[in-house]
Design a protein around this ligand. Structure first.
Ligand SMILES: Cc1ncc(COP(=O)(O)O)c(C=O)c1O
Length: 404
């Protein structure tokens, strides 16, 4: 067996099941699940129709690079959204959702042989709290993760000082998540500049996870993308790759469709890796993805629904928990001890038991670094259910917190 498998942590939802073992949710209430980041707005009909129309493609093996029409649609979207002129032949690849790509990317770019030649294991930097795939990707690529705390006192910025110069020199890959899961934090152009300077100094690759890029609240201020930041700063996209997804943008998490774009030299190697990995996108999904990337009206409608939910629920919840509007994404990252001392796990357990609302303890989404678990004391509340259910959940959260 691959010994690195033993380094993998149980997924947060497994930890949640263990936490809730033996709890009987109050039967007076219907369950409201705000724990999983799974969009629940309906999939647009035109995407389903395009998927059905693509079924004839099942007669052929797809190529790993995907059909030109898909890469062109993605390039055109990147042009409209970020004012980028990407080459669809060399700078874009379709992927089966950003998750598999974020994972397999580490297998492509990490050079574990440095442990023999230089006597140290390569490092992969991750935000903290973070999306757990980054950690597993690092371990299975023969690297070690290093976590940079994102704490509210520092406006969720990276704690760059946590690594020594010796450690920075070992970093081969840096995962960034903007808009962040779970904090909702969006990196500014100045934040990107700091990150690019570090990448220039130490030579690491930046993997920019942008799967929440289209869930934002101010139409005049969409989140800056990593490649966009590089372009605005007059840089090339050397050592920089972005990961994007239709899952949240178009309410198609089951379709498994996204893309990677950026540094052509890296994309070429990633394509080689993926050819052997055998992860070409099924033809009907490619057809449906073209339709989805070409349409923006449904994305606006999607955002309007989140905007309405956040406007209605955030003030209600902020009266009893320490939270506020995120920069973007569909999560409220909320401190639980505003009214009374309680841990995030106790809060989540009690809320389920008394009010049948499921939220995720923040400590499950983070690792202890520098003596703190930056998720401890927080819960992640995903406003993915309908407006009525989210409002109902907010009312129950208020009742629960006020009785603590
Ligand atoms: C931060 C982050 N990145 C990536 C993903 C993967 O999304 P998908 O594989 O559906 O594109 C998720 C899913 O929840 C996520 O929260």
């Amino acid at each position: 067996m691959n010994p690195h498998l033993a380094q993998l942590q149980p997924y947060p939802f497994e930890k949640l099941r263990a936490l809730f073992a033996g709890v009987t949710p109050n039967p007076q209430y219907k369950e409201i699940k705000l724990s999983i980041g799974e969009p629940q707005h309906p999939t647009p009909a035109f995407i389903m129709e395009a998927l059905a129309n693509g079924l004839k493609g099942l007669a052929n093996y797809p190529t790993t690079q995907g059909i030109p029409a898909l890469r062109q649609a993605i390039a055109a979207w990147c042009q409209r959204r970020y004012d980028l002129a990407l080459n669809p032949e060399t700078e874009i690849l379709p992927v089966n959702g950003s998750r598999e790509a974020l994972f397999s990317f580490a297998q492509t770019v990490i050079d574990p042989s440095v442990s023999k030649t230089r006597g140290h294991v390569p490092l992969v930097v991750s935000p903290n709290p973070f999306y757990q795939i980054y950690e597993g990707a690092a371990y299975l690529a023969g690297a070690e993760p290093r976590f940079l705390n994102n704490l509210p006192g520092n406006d969720f910025a990276f704690d760059y000082g946590a690594l020594s110069a010796e450690e920075w020199a070992r970093v081969q890959l840096f995962y960034v998540c903007s808009p962040g899961n779970p904090t909702g934090k969006v990196l500014s152009l100045a934040d990107w500049k700091t990150l690019f300077d570090l990448s220039d100094k130490y030579g690491f690759i930046i993997a920019s996870d942008e799967c929440y890029s289209e869930i934002y609240f101010d139409e005049a201020n969409p989140p800056i993308g990593g490649l966009q930041a590089a372009s605005l700063l007059g840089r090339t996209n050397e050592r920089l790759v972005m990961f994007s997804s239709l899952s949240k943008r178009s309410n198609v998490p089951g379709m498994r469709s996204g893309f990677v774009a950026g540094d052509a030299a890296i994309i070429r190697k990633f394509l080689l890796y993926r050819t052997y990995h055998g992860c070409a996108m099924p033809p009907p999904v490619q057809t449906a993805s073209v339709a989805a990337w070409n349409d923006e009206a449904h994305v606006l409608d999607n955002r309007n629904q989140y905007r309405e939910k956040f406007a209605a629920c955030t003030p209600l919840i902020a009266e009893v928990l320490g939270t506020g509007m995120p920069d973007a994404s569909f999560y409220l990252w909320a401190r639980v001890d505003k009214l009374a001392p309680i841990s995030d796990s106790e809060f989540a357990r009690g809320l389920l038991e008394h009010y049948n609302v499921v939220v995720l303890p923040g400590s499950f989404l983070a690792r202890e670094a520098n003596g703190v678990n930056p998720g401890a004391g927080f819960v992640r509340i995903a406003l993915v259910a309908s407006l009525a259910e989210c409002l109902d959940a907010a009312a129950r959260i208020r009742q629960f917190a006020q009785k603590l």
